[in-house]
Structures are given as C-alpha cells and as structure tokens.
Design a protein around this ligand. Structure first.
Ligand code: TZP
Ligand code: MG
Length: 209
C-alpha cells in the first residue's frame, strides 16, 4: 500500500459548527494522508450517503479511503480498503471478498499482530495506547510497551491509535511509532487542519532525526 503517516478517522464528536466532509477535508489539507470512515450509528442509507461523499472527497485529493466494518459498503463505493477488528470477519474471508484492496486489522497484543501479519494484513492498528472516550468498548490501554514491541517485531506498517493527542504524541513516536492515528484530537478540534499539521510536524521532526 501507499506510504502514510497520519491516519484520520471520522468521528461523531466533531465541532458542532462543522460537517463531516468539511472536517475531513480540513484534515486532508492539514496533512492526513489516509482517511477511515467509521460510523457506528447511522442507518444504511445515511451511511451510504456519507461514504459516497467521503469517496468523492478523498478521490479529489488522491487520499486512500478505508471503510470500517462494512465490507459490502467498501465494495459499493469502491473504497481503497477496509478495517476490521478482532471480532469481525476473518482476514481470509475478508481477502476473498475484497481481493487486493487494503485490509487493516486492529490489534491489542503481539500474538494478534503476528497473526495479522502472517495472514496477509496490509497494515495493523496498535492500541489503544491510552484510555479513550471515543471507543467505549475499547480494551484496556496497552501502553507504550506494546508500541515498542510492535515496532521491534512487526514488519508490515503499523499505526498507533487510542487517546493520542498532541500533548502525548512525542512519547508515542519515541516508542517507535512512525504513523499516528487520532479521532478526537483531529475531528473534535476547532482547527482540524492545524491539529494535523502539528502531528505531522512531530513525525517529521523524528524523521529528520
Ligand atoms: N480503536 C482503538 S482506540 C479507538 C479506536 C477506534 C478510538 C480512538 O479515538 P481517539 O479519540 O483518538 O482516542
Ligand atoms: Mg469492527
């Protein structure tokens, strides 16, 4: 898959004066280089309309669009990939359905990460690094130790997720993450583009050494 470093996921808790595509466009303008549509609340029609709007937006900017959970929706809007949790359909089954589209898998333990890598995931999510209010059924925080372990042992791209904010991003990067993912710190910001630029600055600072 194309290289990426700032993975922005849609949220429902964005700033009251903004709408979904506007927030995600701001995120892209600020440097988010992969977008995930994650929507646990809308019904099928609303979900399809939102996915279509995001497809149009991400195509315009040449940014990959990943769909969380809904494999058929990903096919319907011709998204670039899907993201699955441990409880969703298996990677083998997903691969059979989506062919060579991107498949990302959430992992919370090194065994899950190794299994996802072995089964052909294109990237994994590693987290939640910190406690988060955004995903209420998230497992307990895995902390920076998990980021260190994944960066040592996993060869496919991994993105750190969960409670990542501008005030703690440096230590996540220091632990070995070269890609960050955030929901609330981006979509809940008064200035999503500025928040993304600030994350990118931190990643670039590390890249420059
Ligand atoms: N998966 C693990 S933590 C999380 C998801 C979807 C939520 C991340 O949201 P935030 O607001 O960046 O903590
Ligand atoms: Mg899921």
């Amino acid at each position: 898959m194309k290289e990426f470093r700032l993975y922005a996921i849609t949220g429902e808790n964005f700033h009251p004066r903004r709408e979904l595509t506007e927030v995600m466009e701001q995120a892209i303008l600020g440097g988010a280089d992969i977008i995930q549509f994650r929507d646990k609340h809308s019904g099928p029609e609303e979900r399809l309309a939102k996915a279509r709007a995001l497809r149009e937006l991400t195509r315009r900017y040449g940014v990959p669009l990943i769909i969380n959970d809904h494999v058929q929706l990903a096919l319907e809007v011709d998204a670039d990939g899907i993201h699955l949790g441990q409880g969703d359909l298996s990677l083998t089954e997903a691969r059979r359905i989506v062919g060579n589209k991107i498949i990302g898998i959430s992992t919370h333990a090194i065994e899950e990460a190794l299994a996802a890598q072995k089964q052909g995931a294109d990237y994994i999510g590693a987290g939640p690094v910190y406690a988060t209010q955004t995903k209420l059924d998230a497992v307990a925080p895995v902390g920076l130790d998990y980021i260190r372990e994944v960066s040592r042992r996993i060869r496919i791209p991994f993105v750190a997720i969960g409670g990542i904010k501008l005030h703690n991003a440096d230590e996540v990067i220091e632990a070995g993450a070269t890609r960050l993912c955030a929901i609330s710190e981006i979509v809940g910001s008064e200035d999503p583009a500025g928040a993304c630029r600030a994350f990118i600055d931190k990643l670039e600072q590390k890249e420059r050494g």
